[in-house]
Design a protein around this ligand. Sequence first.
Ligand code: NAD
Length: 282
Amino acid sequence: SAEVIYGKQLAETIRQEMKEEVAQLSEQGIHPKLVVIIVGEDPASQSYVKGKQRASEKIGMNSDLLELSADTSEEKLLEIIKELNEDKSVHGILVQLPLPEQIDDQKVIEAIDPSKDVDGFHPSNVGRLMTGQETFYPCTPYGILVMLQRADISLEGKHVVIVGRSNLVGKPVGQLLLNENATVTHCHSRTKNLREHTKQADILIVAAGKAGLITGEDISDGTVVIDVGVNRVDGKLTGDVDFESASEKASHITPVPKGVGPMTITMLLHNTIKAAKWIHQK
Ligand code: NAD
């Protein structure tokens, strides 16, 4: 049966490495700082931002959490971002999405200085990823890449099949792995005969948000299965992959929870450190 890749353990190892790096930077007078903005009181978003803040503090990084009321105007939020763009002590700015309906998400993303866009969502950074230039890679896709690399799974020439084509996960993870010389197939909700595609995967990445979408019958022996989905079923967290049946065939598989999730926050911290180093090199 499959080897389980625990993102949680790997994330702890990498965070320990980053803690040492933050301490070294601090000796050079560089203090990486992340500012997280949340608008409104959505419980899932609240828990995500608290997790991000706790993780930053644990590695000794400065972090501020700005909690704005649900009725905050777009103008006010853009004004705050402008101030943070100009504040030299701030290296990373993250606005938790989605925003309340009076605020245009895209406008806010585009207002963030691309050199502080640690989520990697600014169109200029998306374009840099697309053209293979150095940039901030979106955190979940980047976390998946690092997981595969640290598990010694080679990517060159491999057939990677991705279920999902969102701007957050599906599209950027495909682009990242294409840059690593994988052969990439994107599937989505209108794909016909999904199983015919998933069965051809050397590496299958599932980011659809549908519990149990992929089972052992959808994969071939020896497939590496990365489950990005986070679903709540009867109060329990579960991925998009039926872990039990899939792990009978997979060579490697990630669990939910303790799989991809902890890697996402880790790469946010990585991007913030990178932003701080860049600013000081200028
Ligand atoms: P999304 O809803 O924006 O996109 C889902 C994608 O899946 C779409 O492209 C859609 O075409 C495709 N899809 C939906 N149903 C399908 C089906 N039956 N067959 C084939 N394709 C189908 O979601 P997202 O933001 O990309 O997130 C995907 C999942 O990953 C969610 O469960 C989300 O909670 C989770 N997620 C986890 C992390 C993490 O850190 N672990 C981060 C981001 C998202």
